[in-house]
Design a protein around this ligand. Structure first.
Ligand SMILES: Cc1cc2nc3c(=O)[nH]c(=O)nc-3n(C[C@H](O)[C@H](O)[C@H](O)COP(=O)(O)O)c2cc1C
Length: 384
């Protein structure tokens, strides 16, 4: 077997049978219009259907859960219908697609919320840094309102409902975003979670909301269609913890007991991580299938699989720029480089107009269509 051939061997993640180990991780492109996926989103994901698995972009579970401009949601019938067109397009191309579910908690800007709403969090502690508003302006984060314990069942229900809606929209499963400073991540970390009671204080309490969400979604759609994303030691969302090794060892062990389809990790050593290597106590606490993400090349991906540390490997920016990434990696062909200027916002430009090699080989010119909106790169925002 050639060096990278292991990337092209099939693997099972829970109930999902992947024909290869290359995963397109969640990447919001901030092109949704009024919370509804952009009309070009179906084509965008369908172009990338050769991935072993597509994890569609972080999508808000509720109206107060979207922390970035141009994010889609999955809490209205219109959104579900728009996502249905996306999943149909991917399935027509023979692909598999799950949806990443998120509530951004204190990362949401009040500017973008209806008047009756205020950003929520485990404690009334603002994130340091600045929010990006719907108008792509930078404003200080608001001091969030601390959720009461009695409100947390409703938060769990919103995730539960969103998972049901995702399956109604034709998704093959869901990934729960407990990474990069999202609400569930905020509850994990004692820098943001200073509450008392059942959801604050000791690690067992801080992990409770995540586990309640995992259990509710597992009940609704099955643990074998449910994955979780974590960013241990990550620095997105300005989260800190007094003992991150103990926090993640416990979180991994608790998730391990739940027989999920996958645990998706943004690895130490990635640009958004605070440490370079795993501490042994953390990594060994999880024995199920892991998707590894963060700065992978074909070489590092093959190594992760051969060493048994990952079942599959995510390629983020390479999938943005290379709709046919699996073919290119397999044949050792050059990769297009992602244009950061068009990561966020805008329309088809920098979205559906990256050339696939087969089209280039056939001499077909790719003409970018007119983009309805302006694209932005947002400095410091590389991995929301
Ligand atoms: C444009 C862009 C948007 C992203 N959006 C999300 C997101 O919605 N949810 C998430 O968990 N990670 C998000 N990320 C992080 C990626 O999933 C991935 O972990 C990161 O890009 C590292 O992988 P790479 O080095 O292969 O690009 C985003 C990254 C990029 C570049």
């Amino acid at each position: 077997m050639a060096q990278h051939d292991v990337l092209f061997t099939p693997v099972r993640l829970g109930a999902l049978a992947l024909p290869n180990r290359l995963v397109m991780p969640a990447m919001m492109r901030m092109r949704a219009i009024g919370g509804v996926p952009h009309p070009a989103t179906a084509e965008y994901y369908a172009q990338r259907a050769a991935a072993g698995l597509i994890i569609a972009e972080a999508t808000a579970v509720s109206i107060d859960g979207a922390g970035y401009p141009g994010m889609a949601g999955i809490y209205t019938a219109r959104q579900v219908a728009a996502w249905r067109a996306v999943t149909d397009a991917v399935h027509d191309e023979g692909g598999r697609i799950v949806l990443q579910l998120v509530h951004h908690g204190r990362l949401v800007s009040k500017t973008d919320l209806p008047p009756a709403f205020h950003p929520v969090a485990p404690s009334a502690i603002a994130a340091s840094g600045r929010a990006v508003t719907r108008a792509f302006e930078r404003v200080p984060f608001d001091v969030p309102r601390a959720l009461d314990d009695t409100e947390l069942d409703a938060v769990v229900s919103t995730f539960w409902k969103a998972a049901r809606s995702a399956l109604d929209a034709g998704f093959d499963g869901v990934e729960i975003n407990a990474a990069n400073g999202s609400l569930l991540d905020q509850f994990l970390h004692d820098g943001a979670n200073r509450r008392g009671g059942a959801y604050g204080g000791p690690i067992d309490n801080r992990v409770r909301l995540l586990l309640n969400v995992v259990d509710a979604i597992s009940d609704a759609i099955g643990p074998d269609l449910t994955g979780v994303r974590l960013s241990p030691f990550g620095r997105m969302g300005a989260l800190t913890d007094s003992d991150p090794v103990a926090l993640y060892a416990k979180t991994f062990a608790s998730l391990d007991a739940r027989s999920l389809a996958w645990l998706h990790l943004i690895e130490p050593g990635s640009p958004t991580s605070d440490i370079d290597e795993w501490t042994e106590t953390v990594r060994v606490a999880y024995t199920g299938a892991i998707i590894s993400a963060g700065g992978h090349t074909a070489e590092s991906a093959a190594r992760a699989i051969n060493d048994g540390v990952a079942a599959a490997v995510a390629f983020g920016r390479p999938f943005v720029a290379n709709p046919d990434l699996p073919l290119r990696l397999r044949l050792g062909l050059p990769l297009n480089v992602a244009d950061e200027e068009t990561f966020f916002g805008g329309g088809e430009r920098g979205y559906t107009d990256y050339p696939a090699i087969a089209r280039r080989l056939a001499g077909v010119g790719i003409k970018p269509r007119e983009a309805p909106g302006q694209s932005r790169s947002i400095s410091g925002l590389c991995a929301p």
